[in-house]
Ligand binder design. Structure first.
Ligand SMILES: [Zn+2]
Ligand SMILES: [Zn+2]
Length: 274
């Protein structure tokens, strides 16, 4: 099982010389389970992944969306595999309220006022899979996926992906409501190999962002500790956070949890099959 980060920024993409090392693209993570390819979120990071897939195509991609705020879908229209006839893509989403589907939601994004190619004109064969957050599903024969509702304006879905005895949890975007980690969330991420978590803010600045729907890097560390997670990866960095600031946070985090790593574009982690 291999994870690679293509976009680690929250809220909006950024550019400039202060964000080069960690990267400025918004949320996108690639997960390979041997021959299966899962993509988590379609922020601007997915465009670089799409370029990579031009050279090494994968005919059957599964895309899991946490939710459809801009920073998690704004790379979708520019994902090159969607414009290829031979491409199959299964799109999973569970955050939408009754009566809405992921297909109708993306039809709004890919409509003339926003993008020149309407959704039905995309060449790829897209299968839309709406589920109810909280449900468990199998995206592939040997991959089991648990889901959990996250505290975020409009809702968001957390994922736990099981493959060959390993588990990776992806928990963004969410706001915690007390410093003691939520018992349901502790149970959900318990003993995961990797916890990827919404670390938009720091505890010291959290108060001014209450209600924005995000968490802190320290809260993710508390959750990782409480749930005996093997490795904690904070992501969804605040757009204004510079490389130097993230380096300083990394130092503090390393003193707390030695193998925890602030996500950066290109970070790749491989879990060996036991
Ligand atoms: Zn976000
Ligand atoms: Zn959001």
């Amino acid at each position: 099982m291999t994870i690679r980060f293509w976009g680690v920024r929250g809220s909006q993409p950024v550019s400039g010389d202060k964000t080069i090392r960690y990267g400025g693209n918004t949320s996108c993570i690639e997960i390979r389970c041997d021959d299966s390819l899962i993509i988590l979120d379609a922020g601007t990071g997915i465009t670089n992944l799409g370029n990579r897939l031009q050279d090494a195509p994968h005919s059957d991609i599964h895309l899991f969306l946490t939710h459809t705020h801009f920073d998690h879908i704004n790379g979708f229209p520019f994902f090159k595999p969607l414009h290829k006839k031979t491409q199959s893509l299964t799109l999973w989403a569970g955050h939408l309220s009754e009566g809405k589907t992921i297909q109708s939601t993306l039809e709004t994004l890919l409509s003339p006022a926003f993008f020149p190619v309407p959704l039905p004109k995309l060449k790829a064969n897209i299968v839309f899979k709406d589920f109810k957050v909280g449900e468990t599903f199998s995206s592939h024969e040997n991959i089991l996926v648990n889901t959990i509702a996250l505290n975020h304006p409009g809702g968001a879905t957390g994922y736990r992906i099981h493959y060959h005895g390993h588990a990776i949890c992806y928990i963004t975007d969410m706001e915690h409501t007390s410093q003691a980690p939520d018992p349901a969330l502790v149970k959900f991420v318990e003993q995961a190999d990797i916890l990827i978590y919404d670390a938009s803010y720091a505890d010291e600045e959290f108060e001014k962002y209450i209600g924005w729907g995000h968490s802190t890097w320290q809260q993710g560390a508390r959750l990782a500790e409480k749930a005996n997670v093997s490795q904690y990866i904070p992501t969804h960095h605040y757009p204004g956070r510079t490389d130097d600031e993230l380096d300083a946070l990394q130092k503090k985090l390393s003193a707390w949890l030695p193998n925890a790593l602030f996500a950066k574009e290109g970070l790749t982690i491989t879990l060996r099959t036991p």
